[in-house]
Design a protein around this ligand. Sequence first.
Ligand SMILES: Cc1cc2nc3c(=O)[nH]c(=O)nc-3n(C[C@H](O)[C@H](O)[C@H](O)COP(=O)(O)OP(=O)(O)OC[C@H]3O[C@@H](n4cnc5c(N)ncnc54)[C@H](O)[C@@H]3O)c2cc1C
Length: 268
Amino acid sequence: MAERSAHPELARLLDPAQKNELAAVFEDHQLIDVLRRWPAEWSAEALLATVRPAAPRLYSIASSRKRVGEEVHLTVDELRYDAHGSAHQGAASSFLAALAEGAPLPVYIEANERFRVPADASRDIIMIGPGTGVAPFRGFVQERAETGAAGRNWLFFGARHFNTDFLYQTEWQDALRRKELHRLDLAFSRDQADKIYVQQRLRTRGRDLYDWLQNGAHLYVCGAIGMGKDVHAALLDVVREHGGLDEDGAREYLTQLHTEGRYGRDVY
Ligand SMILES: Cc1cc2nc3c(=O)[nH]c(=O)nc-3n(C[C@H](O)[C@H](O)[C@H](O)COP(=O)(O)OP(=O)(O)OC[C@H]3O[C@@H](n4cnc5c(N)ncnc54)[C@H](O)[C@@H]3O)c2cc1C
C-alpha cells in the first residue's frame, strides 16, 4: 500500500519506531478503510494477490435434528457499525443476512465435544447464554425435550432490550409451559437506569444455583468473551458464598467441575 500510494504518512507508519501508531491504525481499519484513506492505483487482480483468503466464521447450531429434521438453524447477529464516517458491515454476518432463500452456501461442521448435553440425561443443566450465546441452548432444550431427558433445564438469558432483543421469547414461553424449560432468568441491561447483566442474576439466584451444582448439574456458558469472564467471577462468588469456601476453594470447585466435564464454555 505504501509503495503504491506513495503517501508519506503511510511510509512513516511503517517505520519500526511507529509501531504503536501502526497498531492503532490496524485496530480500526479494514483493508477498505486503508484504501479510502490512502488511495492508490490498483487492478482487482493485483489487489487480490496481496490478501489472504477470507477466514471462515463459526456459528453455533441453534437447533436439534431430532426436532427440526434435516435443517440447521443459526442465530446470527448482523454486525453493523460506523467508522471513519461510513457505515460498515460484517463480512460473514451481513452476507448471511442478505442471502436469498434457497441459495447454496459452503459450510462445514466443527464439533465441540466439550459442549454437549450431558450423556446422563437425568442430570440438570444450567445454561448461561446472553445475546447470540443463547443459540446452542435452543438446540439443547429441543434435544432434551425430544429425548425425554429427566433432568431440569435452567436458562439465564440477557440482552439490551426486552422489546427488541429477547431472542426466541415465545419459544421459551412455550417451553416453560410444556415443562421443557424449568427455569428462566432474564436480564435486560438497557431497560432501566441501572444496567443489569446475567452475572447479577447468577448472584441473586446463588443459593439455588449452588444447590443445583451440588446435585450434579452441568453448567454451560456461551457468548461474548468479556461476558464469560464476568460470569466466571460471579460463579466464584456464588460457590464461595454458598459453599462456605475461600477464594482458592472456590477456584478449585470450578476447576473440578471443568475436569468432570460439567463446566462447558464456548466464548468468542
Ligand atoms: C465458536 C464460535 C461460535 C460463534 N457463534 C456465533 C453465533 O451463534 N452467532 C453469531 O452471531 N456469531 C457467532 N460467532 C461470531 C461469528 O463467528 C463472527 O465472528 C461474527 O458473525 C462477525 O463476523 P463478520 O464476518 O460478520 O464480521 P467481520 O467482517 O469479521 O468484522 C468483525 C470485525 O469488525 C470490526 N468491528 C466490529 N465492530 C466494530 C466497531 N464498532 N468499530 C470498529 N470496528 C469494528 C472489528 O475489527 C472486528 O474484528 C461465533 C464465533 C465463534 C468463534
